[in-house]
Ligand binder design. Sequence first.
Ligand SMILES: Nc1nc2c(c(=O)[nH]1)N[C@H]1C(S)=C(S)[C@@H](COP(=O)(O)OP(=O)(O)OC[C@H]3O[C@@H](n4cnc5c(=O)[nH]c(N)nc54)[C@H](O)[C@@H]3O)O[C@H]1N2
Ligand SMILES: Nc1nc2c(c(=O)[nH]1)N[C@H]1C(S)=C(S)[C@@H](COP(=O)(O)OP(=O)(O)OC[C@H]3O[C@@H](n4cnc5c(=O)[nH]c(N)nc54)[C@H](O)[C@@H]3O)O[C@H]1N2
Ligand code: SF4
Ligand SMILES: [Mo]
Length: 702
Amino acid sequence: MKKIQSVCNYCAIDCNLDFYVEDNRVVKTVPTKGYPVNDGFCCIKGLSLDKQQKTVKPKSLPKIRQEDGSFREVSWDEGFRHVADKLKELQEKYGTESVAGISTGQLTMEEFALFGHVMRDHLKANVDGNTRLCMATAVVAHKQSYGFDAPGYTLKDLELSDTIIFIGANPVVAHPILWGRVRQNQIPGRKVIVLDPRESETAMNADYWYGLRWRSDLLLLYTVANLLIEKDYLDHTFIEEHTEHFEEFREFVRSYTLERGVEGTGLSKEQILELTELIHNGKRVSFWWTMGVNQGYEAVRTAQAVINLALMTGNIGKPGTGANSITGQCNAMGSRSYSNTAVFYGGGDFTNPARRERIAEVLGVKTSQLAEKPTKTYNQIIEGINAGEIKGLWILCTNPRHSWTNNETFASAAKKLELFVVQDIYDSIESAEDCTVFFPVVPGLKKEGTYINLERRLSGMRPVLERGENEISDYEAILGVGRALGMGEELKGWETPKDCFNLMRECSRNMPCDITGVTWEALENSHGIQWPYPEGREEELSAEERRLYEDGQFFTPSKKAQFVFEEVRENPLPQTEEFPYILNTGRGSVGQWHTQSRTKEVKFVEDVSVKRAYLYMNTELANDKGIKELNKIRVYSVNGQDAVFEVKLTDHVQYEELYAPIHYIECNKLTPSVYDTYSKEPSYKATPVRFEKCQEDSYVSY
Ligand SMILES: Nc1nc2c(c(=O)[nH]1)N[C@H]1C(S)=C(S)[C@@H](COP(=O)(O)OP(=O)(O)OC[C@H]3O[C@@H](n4cnc5c(=O)[nH]c(N)nc54)[C@H](O)[C@@H]3O)O[C@H]1N2
Ligand SMILES: Nc1nc2c(c(=O)[nH]1)N[C@H]1C(S)=C(S)[C@@H](COP(=O)(O)OP(=O)(O)OC[C@H]3O[C@@H](n4cnc5c(=O)[nH]c(N)nc54)[C@H](O)[C@@H]3O)O[C@H]1N2
Ligand code: SF4
Ligand SMILES: [Mo]
């Protein structure tokens, strides 16, 4: 029996696991003891990683759609040639930007770096990632406030904080190992506080729950900031030495009075004052935010309002503090720093000549061979396809037919494409229904590469199982197309994931995410390594848990953090008489992952999962409308679509709120095409809707 340590490629915790293998089968999975992140624990998804392979057909070959609609299986070489020829043909016929790609936060760092090199550098096509649906807001907020996309915390901070404030985050369901770290916190009297319109599973386990109105976080955070200022609950030294624009901020929040806060958030005066006191009384206050903040129409400013609270109270860069964005997907952090979507490899600007030269030098190409401008964003790509401007799309490791907001717009786009390549471990996903080419690739257990978790920790994915005939990885599939495109010399140094890792390492030199001290070998059977880890400073940086900003130095030109703020906006999609209820969406259970392609294969998850789309409704509302548990309702959205859901009754959502788990395709049929102004992240969490009870033949309208 062999033991192989590798990483779980579901959520951003990146638990490490020891896989025991016999006859090329996993016989036992044990969470790695001593690994600083998950030390001997993990969740049901990590434990069942080997269960996701029943329907991944070994020996699969690519498939190309024929004129009669059927598929023909072809060799990999033919598949690569077909895709490369078609990409070139479309570009010749319709222009360079007529082809696009959608990448992901779930592949290895090397895979999406290579995808960027082929698509962005060589083809000059647009490539965005599904991270746009997830972390784009935090990225923009960090860059503007800190000068670089650098979340500063380490998971240990959860054990060292006496006041832990979760804002729009539900780690009990979404990040169970992170919640485990909260439970390990032994500080007497430590308080857990949750801001969420819904009494989420985390709220139920917290000491304080503030059930504010949806989309009123920014107003609440400015009101609290104003109170902190009025009461002089500030860290003047920190503000003076390490921040800029505080005086303007002080003036700005003056109009965010307690009365205004009460009126707009639905919280009482006492609750807002209590929250302010809790922040003041904490010695080590930490703020943690996730999708309840990131997925809104004024999300970047909301994230920055969280950052402002930490800055003004000096709760940053010290043990147990921070304005901490929790990442979602296993390698969203890798995609953010090392892909080629919004930023250059290792960070920096497409337009900065010095940075262009440096990257070109590392990659051994001319600067003209690098992407020239930031990519079109996800929504622009889908709109471009629907407008007939984009004719070719290559997606990998993401299932947008299900997960994209207002997802019927993706369905119509898919039908318009002349080339639609879907690269996934399953050909059964919804997005593959209209594809013209399907590339079947192996899952994480058969791959190698690097992952970066939410606290900037790199860990090594190493092959647990051997591959069979024709089985190839994402890396090889992308490389195959690159070669078929005739990239030749441009692919020198990209031959294997390890080669690519070395290129990325070099690209990071002297950047905030410098990993020049990390080697491919050092990540094997390791405890992971947090960035920054520059060459020559290995000894000094040997601590297993490290945070940024301990010296009060940020990455802006002045080295000071910025107070960034803007007036609260009018809700672009308010409740109306026609659409009086609000559809909130998010994770449903620990066992279910997004579009369920992987987790529905896990028997002990599937056995306890609801099979049809469902939503939670407040018991009182249900009583008022004559609706009982498991009745079906048809929900009509302000986006013009409707869908049927089963009702589950609960007291944990507000009277006017419905909560639908995202694991069913019906959920995003109803979400709108509304985005944050700066990050272009969809506003997934508050859609005005109305509903009717479904009866045998007739509907009763509410
Ligand atoms: N089991 C499981 N775990 C996962 C995932 C999964 O699919 N399944 N996905 C992973 C990924 S990629 C991500 S990004 C994370 C997401 O992790 P989370 O963001 O923690 O999960 P969500 O359920 O999307 O949303 C969190 C909370 O935001 C609340 N919310 C909605 N509107 C508002 C609002 O206006 N204000 C506030 N303050 N809160 C609001 C919702 O009620 C919800 O409880 O989970 C990761 N972990
Ligand atoms: N309404 C609403 N919608 C949301 C959200 C929300 O909170 N509310 N959350 C959004 C967020 S935060 C996210 S991150 C997105 C997630 O949305 P998606 O990325 O679309 O969801 P997944 O189901 O994770 O899709 C991953 C795909 O990759 C495949 N896969 C797994 N491993 C591999 C591999 O090694 N190689 C390849 N090529 N494929 C592989 C899986 O089979 C699956 O089809 O959903 C977003 N959608
Ligand atoms: S899904 Fe997240 S918490 Fe669960 S085992 Fe994987 S990395 Fe750990
Ligand atoms: Mo996500």
